[in-house]
Design a protein around this ligand. Structure first.
Ligand code: FES
Length: 56
């Protein structure tokens, strides 16, 4: 499932980045070599990162 349409970032990409230490959407996207654009995906990306950090 795509999280970020602008950057074609998948949910699994965000989870991977979170497991590697990204604590917010911005740093997760940076890990993937991308940057937030429209910002629409940020709340969803944030909730995925929070899920991962709770599970860690
Ligand atoms: S959908 Fe992610 S920046 Fe636009």
């Amino acid at each position: 499932m795509l999280v970020c349409i602008c950057n074609a970032i998948r949910e699994s990409d965000v989870r991977d980045a979170a497991r590697k230490g990204a604590s917010c959407p911005r740093s997760a996207y940076q890990t993937l070599g991308r940057r937030p654009r429209c910002g629409q995906c940020l709340p969803f990306a944030r909730s995925i990162i929070e899920e991962e950090s709770v599970g860690a």
